[in-house]
Design a binder for this molecule. Structure first.
Ligand code: FAD
Length: 436
């Protein structure tokens, strides 16, 4: 079985659907095939609010058929491999599919083997993750009776690097309401050395950390979880590249003095030492899962040494194959993996594919690494981190129309944007192929 499409897209997530929609809005006659096995499309950014009991999970899901642009040939199947020399992609049951242009956008997947023990306990008992089951997170937060509430993240890149701390700020608020806060230590353990890579945002977040009396532990590389004893094990590493927005900066040479250089706002929580490892005992644990590109991508010739699709940082064109583009979470782009980043990547990919088809040349538009992280800091409060490859703070001028003069400061209007504005924008504009 063999079929051919002018443009073949792998993945019907944020990136794949947006590329298909915008390509068709520019040229109705294009023959586009889109390989996507799932029945349901999720608006994942709202899972943060689901985990805090302030958004319906059901509202984050829509049938894949409802977002799939008309005129796209939906190939309901799994892509399984690449033969870029033959312009061909293999699938689980639809045979080989050839293309003139290929867009690789199957997102990322979770690899629990990178943190032994975590896979056994995730989404069970007191261990939760907004990434895998936000409804369970809310259950854990509601039932929490006090002790150590540990929020953490792996050292791999993750989706929306700010999400592991957003839920912490909301959980802390809930603990106040449920009267367990006074017998609770809230701890955030991360591989980074600052709370956030953009300094304007970090300043506000440190004020939030002070207000909420949160203990920060930096340089903490999550290496294992012992579900039975309720211990998260860490190695202290100064070479760690933390996932997402939280980046390494600061003194790389100091001696390993855990309580001085590695902590902010020390709390005397129970810690066990075992050789070079530090185990933090938890009474609840929230984490992002260790994340990697899907296996069929990792095992292909399309990836860089770290296993992500190797693309030009400005154009998203593959570094080796000129008729292949990669974007979204699967792409090796040195910025935070978010839907907001995809919003800015898509028009450039679409422009380039259109020009290659019509004029056999690339366009001149360049992606500057724009990504954004809506950091909810409380029920009713948010700061909006918008930044580029260099971690410059680059707020959208349109925020002024919403009477938000400084989006690095907590604002109720930004919370309304997160809860109502952005989901509306997503389903009604981004998913409809409109440039926003
Ligand atoms: C808890 C959480 C909070 C977040 N918060 C925010 C936020 O506040 N703001 C923001 O902008 N972003 C946020 N994000 C990140 C955002 O959701 C992702 O960056 C975005 O969805 C990535 O889009 P994508 O198209 O690359 O991948 P996805 O949307 O994950 O889609 C990938 C698609 O590829 C399909 N696929 C997988 N394997 C195959 C295969 N073999 N063959 C064919 N298809 C395949 C999948 O079924 C899926 O439909 C958050 C994510 C999470 C989990």
């Amino acid at each position: 079985m063999k079929s051919h499409h002018q443009v073949l897209i792998i993945g019907g997530g944020t990136a794949g659907i947006m590329v298909a929609g915008q390509l068709l809005n520019k040229n109705r006659t294009l023959d586009i095939g889109l390989i996507e096995p799932a029945d349901t499309h999720y608006y994942q950014p709202a899972w943060t609010l689901v985990g805090a009991g302030t958004y319906d999970y059901e509202k984050t899901a829509r049938p894949m058929a409802s977002v799939m642009p008309k005129n796209v040939n939906w190939i309901k199947d799994f892509a399984t491999g690449f033969a870029p020399e033959n312009n061909s992609v293999s699938t689980k049951s639809s045979g080989e599919i050839t293309y003139d242009y290929l867009v690789v956008a199957p997102g990322l997947t979770y690899d629990f083997s990178l943190v032994p023990g975590l896979g056994y306990v995730i989404d069970k008992g007191v261990v939760c993750s907004n990434y895998t089951d936000p409804k369970h997170t809310w259950d854990v937060i509601k039932k929490f009776k006090g002790g150590t509430a540990l929020f953490t993240q792996p050292t791999t890149p993750i989706k929306c690097g700010g999400a592991p701390q957003k839920i912490m700020y909301l959980a802390e608020s809930h603990f106040q309401k449920s009267s367990v806060r006074k017998n609770t230590d809230v701890v955030f353990a991360t591989g980074g050395t600052v709370i956030f890579g953009v300094k304007e945002i970090a300043k506000t977040l440190m004020e939030v950390v002070d207000r909420k009396d949160i203990n920060l532990r930096f340089h903490h590389k999550l290496v294992a979880v012992d579900g039975e004893k309720q211990i998260a094990w860490y190695e202290m590493g100064k070479e760690i590249n933390a996932g997402g927005c939280v980046v390494i900066t600061g003194d790389q040479d100091s001696e390993l003095k855990l309580d001085e250089t590695f902590q902010y706002n020390y709390k005397d929580v129970k810690v066990t030492k075992d050789g070079g490892r530090y185990g933090i005992h938890y009474d609840m644990l929230h984490t992002a899962p260790p994340s990697v590109a899907p296996k069929f991508v990792r095992e292909s010739s399309l990836v860089n040494d770290a296993g992500w699709v190797s693309v030009d940082h400005q154009t998203m064109q593959h570094t080796k194959y000129a008729n292949i583009f990669g974007l979204g979470d699967v792409a090796a782009l040195p910025t935070a993996k978010t839907g907001a980043a995809i919003r800015k990547q898509v028009p450039i990919v679409v422009d380039n594919i259109n020009l290659l088809i019509s004029q056999h040349k690339m366009g001149t538009k360049a992606y500057n690494g724009y990504s954004s992280c809506p950091l909810v800091t409380d029920y009713g409060k948010m700061v909006l981190a918008e930044f580029d490859y260099k971690n410059n703070f680059i707020p959208d001028p349109k925020l002024k129309q919403m009477f938000i003069s400084d989006s690095s400061k907590e604002h109720w209007r930004l919370w309304m944007l997160k809860k109502y504005g952005l989901p509306y924008l997503y389903w009604n504009k981004m998913m409809k192929g409109k440039e926003v």
